[in-house]
Write a protein that binds this ligand. Structure first.
Ligand code: ATP
Length: 333
């Protein structure tokens, strides 16, 4: 890639008999926010640790800003890291925690405090600078960790499941905050997550991983609308697979329900999910090539008003050709 800021080239990692990473290669541009997304055990954390220098690859190279950093120890890589577990010193205040990291950089004492205060201001925590970690909520502790990482003005920010220990509301708020700090500073960021919604809302690009490999790399829209294989299609969002070989699929929100058009299906279950109704139907028309197939449909409240939503009722559904995903013709990477 022309303007690669971080390049991972042919990285391999084994732990005894277990392959954690298989020939992983990619480029990341300056200022990009990339999420490594995948199920537990797929190798996300191992990849992040190799980039940080905390783990040695068995093969392959890492380049940062064009320089080969494969052999550099973590301290020489200028990466800021935030872990799931905050990793703050309990006996130091929020401000002191940030100052601690800066001391290793040999700034003047006054400058250290200034920089720590600036970082705290950026995460909007100046008012709790003298509090100890135990006096702060989980979300606040994680913001202190973030401030500590960015105070060092790293070239890269590496986030390892930073939000997964927090409850849903705080998590959502922090998503926006992390993204806004990242954009303000223009800092190239890689975040590990197994939460697809987090990846879809935060990332410029998502690398979907499974079984030690990157299966697809693309924008959230590409990953959602043009998954390159059944695994990606199934892992992100909900998907109806229309035959046993999983070659044809359609998203629940793309199924059309229109009286008198399409084929007959009987409603088997209705679930109210707030913005949509999730309706499970079974195709009942013997002539249909999807006869007896169960299909999930997401209907907006508006669309739901048009039909008689009741278990046992027969409705007409159609699966628009333009919305069908066909994995037969795609080259699986
Ligand atoms: P999770 O979301 O559960 O953290 P992950 O995608 O981050 O999963 P990794 O932590 O990278 O996965 O682990 C990938 C595989 O390598 C797993 O099967 C794990 O058990 C194994 N593994 C990771 N670190 C070690 C190690 N130090 N020794 C042995 N096996 C390891």
């Amino acid at each position: 890639m022309h303007n690669s800021y971080l390049r991972v080239e042919g990285v391999e990692k084994r732990f005894k008999q277990h392959t954690a990473l298989k020939n992983v290669s990619f480029d990341i541009r300056k200022n990009e926010f990339v999420c490594l997304l995948g199920p537990s055990g797929c190798g996300k954390t191992t990849l992040l640790r190799i980039i940080a220098g905390l783990e040695e690859p068995d093969a392959g190279r890492i380049f940062a800003g064009g320089k080969d950093i494969t052999a550099l120890p973590p301290a020489k890589r200028n990466f800021g890291i935030v872990f799931q577990s905050y990793a703050l010193f309990p006996n130091l205040t929020a401000l002191q925690n940030i100052e601690f990291g800066l001391r290793a950089r040999k700034y003047e004492k006054k400058r250290i405090k200034e920089k720590a205060m600036e970082a705290l201001a950026l995460v909007e925590l100046l008012h709790v600078k003298d509090k100890y970690p135990a006096q702060l909520s989980g979300g606040m502790q994680q913001r202190v960790s973030l401030a500590r990482a960015i105070a060092l003005e790293p070239d890269f920010l590496l986030l390892d499941e930073p939000l997964s220990a927090l409850d849903a509301k705080v998590r959502e708020k922090l998503r926006n905050e992390i993204r806004s700090v990242q954009e303000k500073l223009g800092i190239t960021t890689i975040m590990v997550t197994h939460d697809q919604e987090e990846a879809l809302t935060m990332a410029d690009r998502i690398f979907v991983m499974d079984q030690a490999e990157i299966k697809q790399a693309g924008t959230p829209q590409e990953i959602y609308h043009k998954p390159n294989q059944p695994f990606v299609a199934d892992f992100i969002g909900s998907m109806n697979f229309l035959n046993e070989s999983m070659e044809t699929a359609i998203r629940p929100e793309h199924v059309v329900v229109e009286e008198g058009k399409g084929t007959a299906a009987v409603i088997e279950a209705i679930e109210f999910k707030g913005p949509v109704y999730r309706v499970k139907v079974r195709m009942t028309e013997a002539a249909s090539k999807f006869y007896n197939q169960q299909i999930i449909i997401d209907l907006s409240a508006y669309a739901a008003k048009e039909i008689n939503l009741e278990r046992g009722n027969v409705i007409s559904i159609s699966l628009p050709e333009s919305r069908l995903l066909d994995f037969k013709e795609q080259v699986v990477s």
